[in-house]
Design a protein around this ligand. Structure first.
Ligand code: ADP
Length: 483
């Protein structure tokens, strides 16, 4: 099966969040399921730089009249063949791929990401004479227009190419003024309720949801949640209508990257049953950040975007209680300025208990999972969530809100679930300060029962979270489509 994966990010070359982790791991997992996978990426500088032995496949004139080049090569260590759109006027900008230095979305984002979808549909129509996909699988709003271009330009004389659209986060929709429609080469008919129109604007997310053959999202619970008005971000009606082609496939963990037994980014390696290295990781981190060197009370870790979605205001408001109970917090994140500032200010006043790192740091993220006992993920909503799964792998039990993919992966440490070895963390139902702090107290209480704690950690670390299970679910979906 020939599959074209279309995404705006790809780990390890370019990452702003979980989308990159998925885009980086899924191709190899699909290849080991027997698929012939290629990826299509926009030519952001790190992605272009990661392309080995690039050759120009084609010069293309975009619907708005620019000339761009489609390069073809391979992504070296990833072992995946890739097409990268070389369009420096659109993509060669330093920093975040979506926003300028003032965190404002770029004014030409409609062109930057329409181009990605447009090229995907050209590949589906045979642009590369040596390789034509049977399925175009696009990810998030950045690639949503691929489904529209494909559906609106079907050539009945050619074999039908199926489209799969995966929603990684429905909250980010890619909305643009309707007057851009013609310059993107889309017909007026697209700008309707039965198309990509969303309250008078063009929605790239809706394009993916409306025009794709199959919709997936990144956990079974989120697949249900987005069909409700509370979590549907205004698209729940369409999602209910398309419910028969919508399913949830849980993300996996790239166990070559997130594995404390082989991780070179952490102080010492360790694994379930051989945990001495974890204690060394903890001491190293406490030392590096000037935290009190203690081993009798839990260290809580946060690695997250600092946004409203992630529920970290609950952590902020619980810091007095966390510190009063003897806990420590190490946070790595960036996002909303007020939250960065509030965490920083707290750390300045409690340097022995709280360390805050504002920024993005892949290596420090690994060190935090390895050093901490509890990974905090109190998200208001969470499509899948990867950090709770990294927490399992590193023996840092997740403390999470029962929502989306967190509900599908975290099992609370109740007595009955500990007795049956199902428990792997702490989960709260009521998204409130009280709900969060009660779960935090459960974490402190269990931490004091060393044998029970060690049993749950050992069980969590042995959970099988690899990509193969997800990859075979995607393959089953592709097969249905091709049939
Ligand atoms: P989302 O995609 O909503 O941000 P996920 O839990 O799905 O949330 O994925 C987040 C990914 O980004 C994880 O790999 C996490 O380790 C990483 N991450 C988040 N913030 C940072 C940061 N400040 N520094 C390094 N990695 C981060």
């Amino acid at each position: 099966m020939k599959i074209l994966q279309v995404s705006a990010e790809l780990f390890p070359l370019l990452k702003t969040g979980g989308l990159a982790d998925v885009a980086g791991a899924l191709p190899a997992a699909l290849q080991s399921e027997g698929c012939d996978v290629r990826v299509l990426l926009p030519g952001f500088t790190p992605l272009l730089d990661g392309l080995h032995k690039p050759a120009c496949l084609s010069d293309l004139v975009t619907p708005w009249g620019d000339t761009v080049h489609l390069l073809y090569g391979d992504l070296g260590a990833l072992g995946v063949k890739a097409y990268v759109i070389d369009a420096p006027g659109l993509y060669a900008r330093p920093g975040n791929p979506y926003e300028d230095a003032h965190r404002h979305p770029y004014g030409d984002n409609h062109r930057r990401f329409a181009l990605l979808g447009w090229v995907a549909s050209l590949l589906a129509h045979g642009l590369d004479p040596h390789w034509r996909p049977q399925i175009v699988h696009s990810h998030d709003w950045h690639a949503g227009l691929a489904c529209a271009y494909l559906a609106l330009s079907r050539d009945r004389r050619m074999p039908r190419v199926g489209s799969v659209y995966t929603v990684h986060n429905l909250a980010y929709q890619g909305l643009f003024s309707a007057h851009h429609l013609a310059e993107l080469g889309l017909p007026p008919v697209a700008m309707s309720l039965h198309g990509l129109e969303y309250h008078g604007q063009m929605s790239f997310m809706k394009a993916g949801l409306y025009y794709s053959d199959r919709i997936t999202t990144v956990s079974p619970t989120y697949a249900k949640e987005i069909q409700t008005p509370e979590q549907g971000c205004g698209l729940d009606g369409l999602l209910r209508e398309r419910g028969s082609v919508l399913s949830g496939i849980l993300n996996g963990v790239d166990e070559a990257v997130w594995n404390p037994a082989v991780d070179k980014l952490i102080q010492s390696r360790y694994e379930a049953g051989k945990m001495a290295g974890k204690a060394q990781c903890r001491s190293a981190l406490q030392n590096a950040f000037g935290l009190e060197a203690q081993s009798t009370r839990p260290v809580f870790g946060v690695v997250s975007r600092l946004t409203e979605q992630k529920g970290l205001h609950l952590v902020l408001a619980a810091l007095d209680s966390l510190v009063a109970q003897g806990g420590q917090l190490v946070l790595l994140g960036s996002g909303e300025a007020w939250m960065e500032q509030a965490f920083r200010a707290y750390a300045e006043n409690h340097p022995e208990s709280v360390a805050v790192n504002v920024g993005y740091d892949e290596s420090l993220a690994h060190r935090i999972f390895a050093a901490s006992d509890v990974t905090l993920v109190p998200s208001r909503f969470e499509p899948c969530g990867l950090t709770q799964m990294y927490g399992f792998k590193y023996g840092s039990l997740p403390l999470a809100h029962r929502v989306g993919g967190l509900a599908d992966t975290v099992v609370d440490c109740t007595l009955e679930d500990m007795a049956t070895k199902q428990a792997n963390g702490f989960i709260f139902d009521d998204f409130s300060q009280n709900g969060f702090e009660r779960a935090m107290r459960r974490a402190f209480a269990l931490y004091a029962r060393r044998k029970d704690w060690a049993d749950v950690v050992s069980h969590a670390m042995r959970l099988s979270m690899g990509w193969q299970r997800s990859a075979s679910a995607y393959v089953a979906l592709y097969r249905q489509l091709i049939a």
